[in-house]
Design a protein around this ligand. Structure first.
Ligand code: G3P
Length: 507
């Protein structure tokens, strides 16, 4: 594409799909976004319609290109970033999914995980995969679909079904799907969220796949995060190469220019995800974090990360809006929380999918504790916001212990933040207070889409080196800690007590 002036990223997230057009300085030129349905068939189950996600992807690509007044000839490459772990199984000859996508937050695979853990416990595959056996990950979700859809296992073994995370589903459709030989590929970061990939060899582990009950032939080929995978066949961007794939949290780490070991970012989305770049070293957590692939650029050595995943942060605000109706839109939570000086003694532990890092307690369920007649909806809004910051403190403490040893002070001097909730000044100040380190927001807040754009642009020479990612990064705003240490410790102690009240809830 000699006249190409821009790069496009598809950001397929948990609640919506976006397309963003970036220029060479890494700035957003245009964007389009569509929400998709959240399907809750039972308590603890969460599904998406893969065809709706594919329709929305095509629509936002057209929308963003139209707004930018560009056509395919202007686009050097497309990058994909996606909600990770969410799993799709589809028929290769019709392109039809055989079940709704099972979303990362879904807890239905608990029995499968318990059975696989057996006597050895949830860390059984951790040395190879970097992950505990938990409902979060994709492999057991594929197994569940094969176990529950009539005839699925036979069809999978006969090579008629394909499986993948959402990156794979979109790439296959973008590159021709059933009609035109869609490419069945994933990248190392998404593959590292399946419980089926060996972190060292970056290949599927045949023994683990057999144990989990996933036929290898339905799995995509694992490739790097930055290379030309194929060319878009139908629609607005026909002829443009797809050249970058990163799971959304890894993409945000890349977009935040955390390219050196020791650099970390925290993304405030439906959940929160803190990733620490550990370079070429595979660091095994002893305090409840995951080891994951951070990125791999073409043939270069892979870069790894330690990750603290929190299932529910921003989605708690949505829950206040949709399930309780105490706010009309997400932004109103800050106004409501601003009507009170403090949480009034109330603590909200949103263990809606059990507790993820650093606890990994599937038996936990949400609790609102410390209630008295004094507490009103302002305090509940405040407690909901604070829950995000408290959970982040737990993850940073675990990371500090993994990196520097027990009882260590935070090893970071500042934390780079991004995601929807970082516009919330009350939350960001409380976060800095509770961590005791500066919290820093970048000028381009769309770091997830930006990271995927960089991965794609680097693969086709639109950007010549990752140093341009660092050069383009700029600080927008910084929050410094103001709370005194005694108050910080008191609040955190109360939070830890509240967490204990959520455990052992599910038998
Ligand atoms: O691991 C789940 C994560 O990738 C979801 O991110 O931003 O779509 O909530 P998000």
């Amino acid at each position: 594409m000699p006249d190409a002036t821009h790069v496009v990223a598809i950001d397929q997230g948990t609640t919506s799909t976006r397309a963003m057009v970036f220029d060479r300085r890494g700035e957003v030129v245009a964007a389009d976004q569509r929400e998709h349905r959240q399907i809750f068939p039972r308590a603890g189950w969460v599904e998406h319609d893969p065809l709706e996600i594919w329709r929305n992807t095509r629509a936002v690509l057209g929308g963003a290109l139209g707004k930018a007044n560009l056509n395919a000839g202007h686009v050097a490459a497309v990058g994909i970033t996606n909600q990770r772990e969410t799993t799709v199984v589809w028929d290769r000859s019709t392109g039809q999914p055989i079940h709704n996508a099972i979303v990362w937050q879904d807890t239905r695979t608990q029995a499968i995980c318990n059975e696989l853990a057996g006597e050895e416990g949830p860390q059984r595959f951790a040395a190879t995969t970097g992950l505990p056996l938990a409902t979060y990950f994709a492999g057991p979700k594929i197994r569940w679909i094969l176990d529950h859809v009539d005839g699925a296992r036979d069809r999978a073994e006969a090579g008629q079904l394909l499986a993948g995370t959402v990156d794979t589903w979109l790439l296959w459709n973008l590159t021709g799907g059933a009609e035109d030989g869609g490419i069945h590929v994933t990248d190392v970061t998404n593959a590292s969220r399946t419980l089926l990939m060996d972190l060292r060899t970056l290949t599927w582990d045949a023994a683990i796949a057999a144990e989990v009950g996933v036929p290898l032939r339905m799995l995509p080929e694992i490739r790097s995060s930055s290379e030309v995978y194929g060319t878009i066949t139908p629609g607005t961007l026909a002829g443009v190469p797809v050249a970058g794939i990163l799971g959304d949290q890894q993409a945000a780490t890349f977009g935040q220019a955390c390219l050196q070991p020791g650099m970390a970012k925290n993304t405030y989305g439906t959940g929160n995800f803190m990733l620490l770049n550990t370079g070429e070293e595979i660091v095994t957590s002893r305090h409840g974090l995951l080891t994951t692939v951070c990125y791999r650029l073409g043939e270069a050595k892979p870069v790894y990360a330690l990750e603290g995943s929190i299932a529910v942060t921003g989605s708690l605000v949505q829950w206040l809006r949709d399930n309780l109706g105490i706010i009309r839109d997400a932004a109103e939570v800050e106004t409501l929380a601003g009507t009170v000086e403090d949480n009034g003694g109330a603590y909200f532990v949103p263990a809606f999918s059990g507790l993820f890092a650093p606890h990994w307690r599937p038996d936990a369920r949400g609790a609102l504790v410390g209630l008295t007649r004094y507490v009103h909806k302002g305090h509940i809004a405040r407690a909901a916001l604070e829950a995000t910051a408290f959970q982040t403190r737990e993850v940073l403490d675990a990371m500090s212990r993994d990196v520097s040893g027990a009882g260590a002070e935070p090893f970071l001097t500042e934390l780079k933040v991004d995601g929807g909730m970082v516009v919330n000044d009350t939350l960001m100040q409380f976060q800095a207070d509770l961590l005791g380190v500066d919290v820093v927001r970048p000028k381009v807040a769309e770091t997830t889409a930006l990271g995927a754009a960089y991965a794609a642009g680097l693969a086709v020479g639109y950007w010549s080196s990752p140093s341009q990612v660092t050069a383009n990064w700029g600080e927008d705003r910084r929050w410094s800690p103001r709370m005194d240490a005694t108050e910080r410790d008191r609040l955190y102690r109360q939070w830890c007590k509240a967490v204990t009240r959520t455990l052992d809830w599910v038998d």
